[in-house]
Ligand binder design. Structure first.
Ligand SMILES: [Zn+2]
Length: 153
């Protein structure tokens, strides 16, 4: 779609791309309320999971396995919360959503980055929606590097 921001990501948006497969891209989220939170974006403009092709589902299945294993391995996540929400697109009068899927790693023990400790205070419960997601830039870089290197090795 011509006006879709997700079809035309800027170089700045792509700065935190950790992986790409044939049909999907994976980015480290701006929001790091849950350390290692990422977003899977379908390269094709498509509005819902129900419209995915067999090939896109098959690649997504592999990607879910790969990203989950990565987040458990490099950050010690106990599990991952996956969500496909799309709500913000529907604030528009004429919604034209672009499929993307959020993954929030969840932790039963602290994550330590550059000496800073991050605790999943909601572990065992639904993720918090208004949690502060900003972390120091060097910690974000550390998470980015660990995830990108593991996914591309
Ligand atoms: Zn799009």
């Amino acid at each position: 779609m011509k006006d879709c921001e997700w079809c035309h990501l800027s170089e700045e948006d792509k700065q935190f791309q950790v992986y790409k497969s044939t049909l999907w891209s994976v980015f480290l989220s701006d929001e790091q309320d849950y350390i290692g939170r990422c977003i899977l974006v379908l390269k094709r403009h498509c509005g819902s999971m129900s419209e995915l092709t067999d090939e896109e589902w098959e690649e997504l299945r592999k990607l879910v396995c790969k990203v989950e294993t990565c987040l458990k391995t490099v950050l010690g996540a106990a599990l991952c919360n996956w969500s496909c929400l799309m709500n913000s697109f529907y604030k528009d009068a004429d919604p034209d959503p672009h499929l993307h899927i959020h993954v929030r790693p969840r932790y039963d023990k602290p994550v330590i980055l550059n000496g800073n400790t991050y605790i999943d205070g909601e572990f065992g419960h639904h993720y918090a929606v208004n949690k502060n997601g900003s972390i120091p830039v060097e910690d974000k870089e550390e998470v980015f590097t660990r995830i990108r290197e593991w996914l591309n090795s």
